[in-house]
Design a protein around this ligand. Structure first.
Ligand code: BGC
Length: 255
């Protein structure tokens, strides 16, 4: 027998620039109360990151058995991180789920950040009720991806690491952080993003392509520069998708 889904869960999103958390209503994906954010110290050791996650969880002052889910900006296979692009290399080979659980003081579910965002969009957002193949690309410090087929996630796709015909990795060419770093106009950046989208469409033939990350709030300003075979949509949950997805998965695993 399964227990009902916990009505609330804590989601924490570890990003390249900030670690953010909130209590989430697992039926709607909405936050209950304020989001808490602590900047990510540059190339911080795993223990430092885990400590910040535990501070964020503690700040919510909830009963001790509320589920906790944490997103991580790298693939996570059975709790273990096989490679990492935008955080300390000390994480490579580490069981991040065990590390987080030890610091937080109870079992913590850890999953890839874009997978969490994809699950949240499938459950509460732009991909809700969509059949077929949906791909969510998160455009931030790097490029993350989630592949959802008929509502089921295929975890740990790493489309940000696809090599483009110009020899560069997709995320080194067209992440949102590159737009800022190279001072590209939205049109120039969208032209680069088109190169990534062309590869993604050629490899996976998605029916729906959803663009997420903070820049997705400006979707209307750059989507006109993009052309896709798939239906192109902005994420509905913008930057809250990672937190909502992590909380949802934590609640599902506890049920
Ligand atoms: C990582 C992905 C992650 C993405 C967004 C990439 O560099 O390899 O796992 O989803 O950045 O954070």
């Amino acid at each position: 027998m399964t227990t009902p889904l916990s009505a609330q869960a804590i989601g924490v999103d570890i990003g390249g620039s900030g670690i953010k958390g909130a209590i989430v209503n697992t039926a709607t994906g909405e936050f209950i109360g304020e989001e808490k954010r602590i900047p990510t110290p540059e190339l911080a050791k795993p223990e430092v990151i885990a400590d910040i996650v535990s501070q964020i969880v503690d700040s919510f002052d909830m009963e001790p058995n509320i589920p906790v889910g944490v997103t991580f900006p790298a693939p996570i296979i059975n709790g273990v991180c096989p490679l990492v692009a935008n955080l300390s290399q000390d994480f490579v080979g580490m069981n991040v789920a065990e590390l987080m659980s030890a610091h937080v003081g109870r079992p913590v579910v850890v999953l890839n950040d874009a997978d969490a965002a994809g699950l949240a969009e499938a459950e509460f957002g732009a991909a809700h009720g969509q059949d077929g193949t949906t791909i969510v690309l998160t455009l931030g410090t790097g490029i993350g991806s989630a592949l959802v087929r008929d509502g089921m996630l295929v975890p740990n796709t790493e489309m940000g690491h696809i090599l483009l015909p110009n020899g560069l990795k997709a995320e080194k060419w067209a992440a949102s952080s590159i737009r800022t770093k190279e001072n590209l106009s939205l049109e120039q950046w969208a032209q680069r993003l088109q190169d990534v989208i062309d590869m993604v469409e050629m490899l996976f033939s998605p029916d729906t392509l959803i663009l997420g990350g903070g820049i997705s709030t400006r979707f209307d300003e750059f989507s006109g520069f993009l052309s896709t075979r798939a239906d192109l949509e902005p994420a509905r949950l913008f930057n809250t998708a990672g937190i909502a997805g992590a909380a949802l998965v934590a609640a599902q695993e506890q049920a």
